[in-house]
Design a protein around this ligand. Structure first.
Ligand code: AMP
Length: 216
């Protein structure tokens, strides 16, 4: 299965991508995670990306397209993948489609999660991420048993720099301007399925799987 999860920041793409990964045994590829990893490792890509990410802006298309092209060529992607956070512009979607077509492949599903803006701000401003395993928590909706510690691996939880309120608003604006046009792009290709992203992860996952009914 080659699937794309679309939706604004905070819509639950990461959470749902992890569930798809478990259910369909395809790797979950998050361009945000790959970029944050590049920043931690202080690579050339990481240094170039950081300035954009800190402002809540998109990293330039060529950098992200090269990064994802390299990633999906890895052996674990042979049976497919679920993308979270890519593509984010029509130019990225075009480049990705061309790259796959060159290998006689195509995207099977584009799943779009929709959540109202005020709910996205509530979710993102309370979001905490585990430094060790990447697990996600929320200070109100899904608090860890011990404040500041991951339930799974006991590592420290942190707030992403771009999950602060001012940057959140900038990221939501960027989504509306640059990423939302992808809904029409994939609708025109007959690939888009829209899912109501409001509610708990399990409820949203049930809706999402219903859209994939019959796919194994
Ligand atoms: P995310 O973890 O998906 O919310 O992404 C965090 C940040 O990484 C975004 O605000 C962008 O600055 C950058 N980023 C992630 N994916 C992309 C992409 N496909 N294109 C450009 N920038 C991206």
């Amino acid at each position: 299965m080659r699937a794309i999860l679309l939706g604004p920041p905070g819509a639950g793409k990461g959470t749902q991508a992890k569930l798809i990964q478990e259910r369909f045994r395809v790797p979950h590829i998050s361009t945000g995670d790959l970029l944050r990893d590049a920043i931690r490792r202080q690579t050339e890509l990481g240094r170039a990306a950081k300035q954009f990410m800190d402002r809540g802006e998109l990293v330039p298309d060529p950098l992200v397209v090269d990064m994802i092209t390299e990633r999906v060529r890895e052996p674990d992607c042979q049976g497919g993948f679920v993308l979270d956070g890519f593509p984010r512009t029509v130019a990225q979607a075009d480049a990705f489609e061309r790259m796959l077509a060159g290998r006689k492949l195509h995207v099977d599903h584009v799943l779009s999660l929709s959540v109202p803006r005020e709910e996205l701000i509530r979710r993102l401003s309370g979001r905490r991420t585990c430094r060790g395993c990447g697990a996600l928590f929320h200070v109100v909706f899904d608090p860890p048993q011990q404040p500041g510690r991951c339930d799974r691996c006991q590592s420290e939880l942190y707030q992403r720099d771009d999950d602060r309120e001012e940057t959140i608003r900038a990221r939501l604006d960027v989504y509306e301007r640059q990423t939302a046009p992808l809904l029409d792009y994939y609708r025109a290709r007959g690939l888009l399925r829209s899912i109501d992203g409001v509610g708990g992860a399990a409820a949203v996952n049930a809706r999402l799987l219903a859209q994939l009914d019959g796919w194994s």
